[in-house]
Ligand binder design. Structure first.
Ligand code: K1U
Ligand code: ZN
Length: 167
């Protein structure tokens, strides 16, 4: 089912997610709901924090045709090269805003898949950027935190006004 995505500045987005102890059918049901929610948004990634579930679970699909679904449970990122790369980012929790963020360009992701099996994945470009963006969510961090306080305040005020209207 499609889940509600929390929107900035909702304080629940600042919660630190706990590791998943055991991948169960319930975990897989949540993962399926996260994919449905992500594709519906649409987005190319979604962290459990964004749907108010505070567990270390990320879903991602960078393909144009929903052909490359990826699941990362209890993910860890290792920097392979210190190169930083600027890329324009969006966020389903900060709808309508796109800003440049500087991230590590080449990293190794270690995680567990939906069957509970550990795996490693080398990432560059958008995959590397997206996993870092999603892992920030699991640590209560948003891409607006990398912007100037002036820009962040402007974005917060615009979204708060929108929330008031729709409330
Ligand atoms: O909020 C999220 O985590 C999802 C976010 C992931 C992300 C996008 C770009 C750079 C870093 C992280 C999004 O998917 S925003 C929407 C978006 O970028 C997009 C939507 C449809 C097609 C292609 C991209
Ligand atoms: Zn996001």
């Amino acid at each position: 089912m499609i889940l509600e995505i929390l929107e900035y500045p909702d304080p629940r987005l600042r919660t630190i997610a706990k590791p998943v102890d055991e991948v169960t059918d319930e975990t897989r049901k949540l993962i399926d709901d996260m994919f449905e929610t992500m594709y519906d948004a649409p987005g190319i990634g979604l962290a459990a924090t964004q749907v108010n579930v505070h567990r270390q679970i990320i879903v991602m699909d960078l393909s144009e045709d929903k052909s490359e679904p990826r699941v990362f449970i209890n993910p860890e990122v290792e920097v392979l090269e210190g190169e930083l790369e600027d890329m324009q980012e969006g966020c389903l929790s900060v709808p309508g805003f796109y800003e440049d963020v500087s991230r590590i360009e080449h990293c190794m992701i270690k995680a567990i898949d939906r069957d509970g099996k550990p795996f490693e994945l080398e990432a560059r470009g958008l995959l590397a950027v997206c996993i870092q963006h999603e892992m920030d969510h699991l640590n209560g961090k948003l891409f607006v935190d990398y912007l100037s306080s002036l820009k962040r305040t402007r974005i917060r005020k615009k979204l708060e006004k929108l929330h008031k209207k729709s409330a």
